[in-house]
Design a protein around this ligand. Structure first.
Ligand SMILES: C[S@@+](CC[C@H](N)C(=O)[O-])C[C@H]1O[C@@H](n2cnc3c(N)ncnc32)[C@H](O)[C@@H]1O
Length: 402
């Protein structure tokens, strides 16, 4: 039995319709996670965490200055508790900077397994130069691990194609299937099998061998079938190197995510601060917020509508705000009082149709709700709502346990 008590202050802090599963929890994540595992094991699609980086700073809302051993010990403990919450297609994304990234990678490898490591994203977190330092450090990292690499690979989304990408689709042969672009019909020969080396005969009789060190992507039979079906392009005059026609109308046109995330695409720490300042011009600004576009990109890749996102270091509430606007369910945990001072008003703004961050891009107009819980170290595991105590699932009110 976990020695923890959760109170919900409904009416005072919860907001919007009650029939939602969005939870904001004020408390230390290590204790809250002990509670969450009872109900959420194997059900979270994406965990994003942005822990204190241990960079020696003392920020307005939290300290970021610990002995390395203590810091790595604590984050290790948190990661151990987070892993079982992921579902089979789930992934965890961990923000970190230069000073601890390598130690954190080794610690995370031990918990998730080196084979579960997906990649390190490099985020250009500032565009101004810091001239007082030896190097002006303008990037951070996001370590990405999957619960099950194969399943994550199948489940992860491509990123939406930009207008420039869509513009590359043309229709020079007036194909009734609509615009297309050509992609190479050959691949590197490294893992090739014998049936990929042959001579292609174009409709005009011209013969084509694969370029040096390459082989055809299809075997001969499949290639002939594709040529017959007008799926191979030999250039306007019919003499060009064979290429595959990829149609805009077929399936989702998306792009494979890359690992270098530029400020121009996903924002900077400063742009995130400016967004917060527009929301709360009279409050001390939160020093280390993430821009909404950065979190949107993570959720675009790792989740679909209705799936659950967890952030165990919520800070100013960027993850909950973005998840809410993107119609994901979310759980946010924060131990600082700024969950009341910053996150709650931010989320109320979001529900009211706040126009900053990613709102315009996704045509956000407001709606929905969240429930607010307070963790109390007390006699036993419970949820309290207006003096009634319930099991953890906020929707299962009939399971009264006290
Ligand atoms: C870098 S900030 C997160 C910023 C956030 N991503 C945003 O966009 O605003 C780290 C946050 O983790 C919180 N934190 C640190 N240790 C914690 C713990 N054990 N449990 C819950 N929150 C914690 C800090 O109070 C701080 O707000």
């Amino acid at each position: 039995m976990v020695n923890i008590k959760l109170f919900e202050f409904i009416g005072r802090h919860s907001c919007g319709s009650e029939d939602n599963q969005n939870m904001l929890i004020h408390g230390d994540n290590n204790e809250v996670l002990d509670l969450l595992k009872l109900q959420y094991s194997g059900s979270i699609k994406c965990i994003y965490i942005d822990p204190p980086y241990n960079n020696g700073e003392k920020y307005t809302h939290y300290d970021d200055d610990k002995e390395h051993d203590k810091w790595i010990g604590e984050i290790t403990e948190t990661l151990i508790k987070l892993r079982p919450l992921l579902n089979e297609e789930g992934s965890i994304w961990i923000s970190i900077d230069d000073s601890e990234v390598h130690y954190l990678k080794v610690a995370a490898d031990e918990i998730f397994g080196r084979k579960s490591f997906i990649t390190t994203v490099v985020w250009e977190h500032r565009t101004s130069r810091e001239n007082r330092k030896v190097f002006s450090n303008n990037h951070e990292y996001i370590l990405v691990y999957a619960k099950n690499t194969k399943k994550f690979k199948l489940a992860r989304n491509l990123l939406p194609a930009t207008p420039e990408i869509i513009d590359r689709y043309k229709n020079p042969d007036k194909d009734p299937r609509g615009p297309w672009q050509s992609i190479s019909a050959s691949v590197q020969a490294g893992h090739a099998v014998k049936s990929q080396f042959y001579e292609i005969v174009a409709p005009n009789g011209k013969k084509h061998l694969p370029p040096n060190g390459r082989c055809w992507v299809y075997n001969k039979e499949r290639m002939e079938h594709e040529i017959l079906n007008n799926n191979i392009w030999f250039g306007k005059d019919g003499n060009g190197v064979p290429r595959i026609k990829k149609f805009l109308s077929k399936g989702t046109i998306g792009v494979t995510p890359e690992t270098l995330w530029l400020a121009s695409d996903v924002g900077t720490t400063n742009s995130a601060k400016k967004h917060l300042l527009t929301l709360f011009p009279n409050k001390a600004v939160f020093d280390t917020p993430k821009p909404e576009n950065l979190i949107k990109r993570i959720l675009d890749i790792a989740t679909n509508e209705g799936e659950i996102v967890l952030d165990a270091y919520l800070g100013s509430g960027t993850t909950s705000a973005v998840a809410h606007k993107m119609n994901r369910k979310y759980i946010g945990i924060e131990r600082g009082l700024h969950i009341v001072d910053i996150v709650l008003p931010r989320m109320r703004n979001v529900i009211g149709g706040e126009e900053g961050g990613i709102s315009k891009e996704i045509s956000w107009t407001g709606g929905g709700g969240f429930r607010f819980f307070e963790l109390k170290q007390n006699k036993r595991l419970s949820l309290k709502e207006n003096n009634n105590v319930y099991q953890l699932n906020p929707l299962v009110k009939k399971n009264k346990i006290e």
